[in-house]
Design a protein around this ligand. Structure first.
Ligand code: RUB
Length: 315
């Protein structure tokens, strides 16, 4: 028997190829895949069931390294796997995965309303990349009747800004799309920078799409507050013990095509997908549990995750 079901393979491939992308969306898809695995496993042996669940979680965990929402989701579901029979184990996984997905959805709505509290009627925001949480903040502000406009950075090399532009347009928000290098030029017209997060470290540093740290430095220089919209699922418990967050390095071809590269001659190309913004360049981290000064996030991390840095899929 293959130990991993086709849906887990498909979800893992989609995450690795970035067809499924963005930290919250990845976590949601991974939880769904674990439920599919639980429904699929054919065995009466509880230990074999557990082993097959661990195999699925490993496959999913190995797709992308930076967004902690992925291992946090896998941990949450596997920690909820209980029972003496396969039937009980299966039910517990499916129930836990459903609860995870419902909570994630609710958290987005809540943090959106918390973040919207920072926006006034008539404000203009600048965004980077595409973050469902950042869009949730603007959505909540619009639902509160506030008029909000947006400068949307295109976000090279994969232009996730186009997704943001489309979603904000669907909310009726006037959008100006700009190249990344134009951010400084337009910050004077902005009241907030709103970004998401892939991981948040214990010292309040925020790991998000490469270019976030440069934008935060510019915003600080122009006096524009930087809001990080990120559910508590983005808190990286490993950093409590001093571990660094791994930054994903992506293909060189995302930066330059083969023909142009050939024409230029011998060059090195580097393509880190994320960067680290230190807490001193950030004003607030907005979560479903309220807003926090970045430096205080460690207390919330301890409260929610304690010593939970195990990897139940590698047991
Ligand atoms: C996406 C990215 C997003 C965060 C937060 O990077 O950096 O800002 O994942 O997104 P990529 P969300 O496109 O490489 O996955 O708020 O939706 O979790």
């Amino acid at each position: 028997m293959d130990s991993v079901c086709p849906e887990v393979e498909q979800v893992a491939d989609a995450i690795a190829s970035m067809e499924t992308r963005g930290a919250a969306t990845i976590a949601d898809a991974a939880a769904g895949a674990l439920a599919a695995q639980a429904e699929w496993i054919e065995t009466e042996d509880p230990e074999a069931f557990r082993a097959a669940m661990r195999a699925a979680a490993r496959t999913l965990a190995d797709t992308r390294p930076t967004a902690v929402s992925l291992p946090n989701a896998l941990r949450y579901v596997l920690h909820g796997m209980h029972g003496g029979t396969v039937s009980d184990l299966r039910t517990s996984v499916v129930t836990r995965a459903e609860a995870f997905r419902t909570d994630l959805d609710r958290a987005q709505g809540r943090l959106g309303r918390v973040g919207a509290g920072r926006l006034r009627d008539g404000d203009t925001v600048m965004t980077h990349c595409h973050s469902t949480a950042a869009v949730a903040v603007v959505r909540a502000a619009v639902e509160q009747g506030k008029h909000v406009e947006a400068y949307v950075k295109e976000t090279r090399p994969r232009n996730q800004g186009h997704i943001t532009a489309k979603e904000l347009r669907e909310l009726g928000v006037p959008v100006t799309l700009i190249v990344d290098n134009a951010a400084h030029r337009f910050l004077d017209e902005c009241d907030h920078v709103i970004v998401g997060a892939d991981s948040i470290a214990a010292d309040g540093s925020v790991i998000n799409k490469v270019g976030t740290s440069g934008l935060a430095v510019l915003a600080r220089e122009r006096g524009v507050p930087v809001m990080v919209a990120a559910g508590t699922l983005k808190l990286h418990p490993d950093t409590l013990t001093g571990q660094a967050v791994e930054i994903e390095q992506r293909a060189e071809r995302e930066v330059i095509d083969d023909e142009s590269r050939e024409e230029i001659g011998e060059i090195t190309v580097r393509n880190p997908a994320f960067d680290v913004t230190p807490p001193r360049h950030l004003d607030a981290i907005v979560t479903e549990k309220g807003q926090f000064p970045p430096e205080s996030i460690v207390s919330l991390m301890r409260e929610l995750y304690g010593d939970q840095v195990d990897e139940p899929w590698s047991e």
